[in-house]
Design a protein around this ligand. Structure first.
Ligand code: GTP
Ligand code: MG
Length: 197
């Protein structure tokens, strides 16, 4: 799929104020600093459509980007930010769960995982939550440029084997690097295949 246009539409913390059109949308979620905003820039070939930072906690709101005038990419704040207190971590920004539970237009979520990391409770819990709510999701491994090809294979295999303890069936997964533009076509093809517009 070719991305001809990508425009920022609105940021907010209230799912009720998200765009009202019933266009299909895809949302990026994962730990702070995993590379959600960078991935949106990679997919759209725009350097700074979504704001990125080396410091975790950059994205604070629900951000809608209109693509080719007929579907949305949605950038979300990260979870599992170490400096957030345990109680607020538990509550996990209510507006994000509201987003996932109320946004009918959501076709699929992407759960981003740093390819160097072993399965972390916070990610497993979030995938569990999506499963319970019957929200379709795939996994996107990020920062593949940080590992050699053999290590990528091993890390992904280990991660998937670990998930099989919790899931009978594995979600689809993608291997990406925003800094080296890896995995762009695969993710866009998935979006194009699942997008009826
Ligand atoms: P929050 O908005 O804070 O939740 O973070 P985020 O998940 O949106 O991460 P962001 O895209 O802002 O990237 C965080 C840091 O990781 C930045 O310093 C990026 O340059 C870096 N980064 C993102 N993707 C990649 C990648 O594919 N490879 C490498 N090496 N660095 C990356
Ligand atoms: Mg961000």
């Amino acid at each position: 799929m070719k991305i001809k246009s990508a425009e920022f539409i609105i940021s907010n913390s209230d799912v009720g104020k998200c765009p009202t059109q019933s266009l299909p949308e895809y949302a990026f979620i994962g730990r702070s600093n995993v590379g959600k905003s960078s991935l949106i820039n990679m997919l759209t070939s725009r350097k700074s459509l979504a704001k990125t930072s080396g410091r975790p906690g950059k994205t604070q709101l629900i951000n809608h980007f209109l693509i080719n005038k007929n579907w949305f990419l949605v950038d979300l704040p990260g979870y599992g930010y170490a400096r957030v207190s345990k109680s607020s971590k538990k509550k996990f920004q209510k507006f994000i769960t509201n987003y996932f539970e109320q946004r009918k237009q959501l076709v699929s979520a992407f759960v981003l995982i740093d390819i160097r990391h072993k399965p972390q409770p916070v990610d497993l819990e979030f995938m569990q939550y999506l499963g319970e709510k019957e929200i379709p999701f795939s996994i996107i491994f990020t920062k593949a440029d940080k590992l050699k090809p053999k290590a990528i294979e091993k890390h992904v295999e280990d991660y998937c084997n670990n998930l099989l303890q919790y899931w009978e069936e594995l979600p689809l997964h993608f291997i990406t690097s925003s800094s080296k533009t890896i995995g762009k076509d695969e993710v866009l093809e998935f979006i194009s295949d699942t997008n009826d517009e």
